[in-house]
Design a protein around this ligand. Structure first.
Ligand code: PMP
Length: 283
């Protein structure tokens, strides 16, 4: 397995990050995750725009241009012979003696790896998954894709221990988002409901594409918050993320959603998303 670290491609066993890296000591860094289907990067430009924004918000200089990032992503996919899966990369503020203030002369640490994974034919897409709701314990700038994921680690582990595959995090009675996904419901009237963008959630790239596709398909959209109670009574529910695209949610807190199986609108949206991910965006 070949990874990328600070300018070089090398076997993962040889990739070492210094002890004093601020990513390790402070979680002082941001990341991105991009889906790969048929060997193609899915929604890459939008992911690189979000990276640019995350870096600017935490004042870490972006070490590469979008064209340079894209070349690295394509190279790591090629070197690992990956046709379907996920590219992860992170940028930390670099290596310096431990001190909270920004170091004067540190260079950002850049690390990238791939994970081969079946996305298009994932069994979970046919069966749907279970989610449980948990309190959202995260910081107040969730629009920044920070590598600090302790709250999500705890939320998703709680979900696993409850027999579910994802946690939906809840603040003031309203669902914010999934531990590593955007959360959607479909009303009994057939409208998609999704929380509007704000500092309370990550601006999901898959969410953005899905909303465009659903609008083009004429599916009504209500961009507003929804409560746990409304989710329990929804006709359908689903989540979106770069590593899963669109996944049906068939139970919430142990209660079936709708008929307890993937619903027609969710299946339609997954199909539209797969078509988009497969077809070159040359139209
Ligand atoms: N919310 C959170 C908290 C996430 O970690 C992710 C996955 N990165 C998402 C939403 C989905 O975002 P995207 O569609 O860009 O993968």
């Amino acid at each position: 397995r070949i990874v990328f670290l600070n300018g070089s491609f090398l076997p993962i066993e040889e990739a070492r990050v210094p002890f004093m890296d601020r990513g390790f000591l402070f979680g002082d860094g941001v990341y991105e995750g991009i889906g790969v289907l048929d060997g193609r990067l899915v929604d890459n430009e939008a992911h690189l725009e979000r990276l640019e924004r995350s870096l600017a918000e935490v004042r870490i200089p972006n070490p590469y241009s979008p064209a340079e990032w894209t070349a690295l992503e394509e190279e790591i996919v090629r070197r690992n012979g990956m046709t379907e899966g996920f590219i992860y990369f992170q940028v930390t503020r670099g290596v310096a003696e431990r001190d909270f203030f920004f170091p004067e002369d540190a260079k950002p640490t850049v690390a990238m790896f791939t994970q081969a994974k079946t996305i298009a034919d994932a069994p979970a897409a046919r069966t749907g998954i279970a989610v449980v709701t948990v309190p959202d314990l995260r910081w107040a700038r969730r629009d920044v894709k920070s590598i600090n994921l302790l709250a999500q680690v705890l939320a998703k582990q709680a979900a696993k221990e409850a027999g579910a595959q994802e946690a939906w995090m809840v603040e003031d009675g309203y669902v914010t988002e999934g531990g590593s996904s955007s959360a959607f419901i479909v009303t009994t009237g057939g409208s998609i409901v999704v929380r509007p963008l704000s500092q309370a959630i990550l601006p999901g790239i898959t969410r953005k594409s899905l909303l465009r596709l659903s609008q083009e398909d004429g599916i009504p959209l209500e961009e507003r918050r929804f409560t746990v109670e409304e989710a329990h009574g929804a006709a359908e529910a689903f989540l979106t993320s770069a590593s899963n695209f669109v996944l049906p949610v068939v139970s919430i807190d142990g209660r079936p959603v709708g008929e307890g199986k993937p619903g027609p609108i969710t299946r339609r949206l997954r199909e539209l998303y797969l078509q988009m991910a497969r077809a070159p965006a040359s139209l």
